[in-house]
Design a protein around this ligand. Sequence first.
Ligand SMILES: C[S@@+](CC[C@H](N)C(=O)[O-])C[C@H]1O[C@@H](n2cnc3c(N)ncnc32)[C@H](O)[C@@H]1O
Length: 339
Amino acid sequence: MLERHIADYHFIADPTTGMTMRWGTTIKDNPTWAPVPELADISISNHCSKGCSFCYKDSCINNEFLSVEDYCRILDSMNHPQYGNVFQVALGGGEPLEHPDFLEIIAETCRRSIVPNFTTNGMQLTPKICGSLSGKIGAVALSVSSMADLEKKKLAFLIDAGIKTNIHYVLSKNNLEEACKILRGCYNELLNGINAIVFLTYKPAGRANAKDVIQDNKFFRAFLSLVDETSIARPRFGFDACFVPMLLKFSHINPSFIDTCEGAFFSVYIDHKMNVSPCSFSAGKDSYSLKDFAFYDIWNHKFNSYRTKWKSNCSVDCMHKSLCHGNCPYYPQITICHE
Ligand SMILES: C[S@@+](CC[C@H](N)C(=O)[O-])C[C@H]1O[C@@H](n2cnc3c(N)ncnc32)[C@H](O)[C@@H]1O
């Protein structure tokens, strides 16, 4: 069990199950932010040869890679002299498996007792690479925006290597109907063996289009009512933090199991040029370079005005208002419990 207890901040994580728990002065309190981020989302490149139409990073074949040296510098900058390092990293890009030194990056992460996770488009997955990663990875997420994109063979390479595998399903206006089918159990056979399917709120950045953002329509409401269903056999599922305002407002999920937007509060994003920002969708806003500032100067001081502004920004009539950070600071149009 990983744990950290600093003054009014308490956190435990079970690396085997991925289960985490956080509390404040008492078990009933929520700390506002963590003295050391729990998770760092690190983009190790912007190079990718797949060209997904929904890619918010607009990644392409451009050979923009973070070097292993700079990656190690990032990890070491987050190692707090008193409290230790982040517990886990989520590696993205670009396509992590197209980084020429990806296995070295994983080794450097493990060497520091940090759990590496990554997301992939799946193109480069082979039994060999899955074998090399076996036993070293917290979880892998395979990104899709349609079930037709999910290759059973690639999924099997991961599952057969004993790697905990999630599906990242980018949820847009166009696939809500298919997402309902997933929650009705229609894809149980294809999804057999996965850990969970995680619905990611479609962000209109990069190659993703503003017209495809989720809208409050009958499919959206059907999807939400299926979230609350307890009688259907289906894979485990979850959501990214961007979907949380809608879950709090429209679903009956116990709010104790829901974490609001964590960026700059409990997690941090670092891009392949070593810029630190609250999350990967900040598109250069609230961003500070590790070449100019020490990590804990950014985390402890530079992010303070962001935290003050976004701690409780909800203006909606909602019973869970006090738990919610409100609309997304960068793409307010994705938070559709707002007007
Ligand atoms: C940009 S991808 C890069 C990593 C890897 N190439 C992949 O395909 O997973 C990082 C994460 O962003 C997600 N993603 C991509 N475009 C998105 C969008 N427009 N809105 C929300 N999430 C998106 C992907 O599903 C993945 O989980």
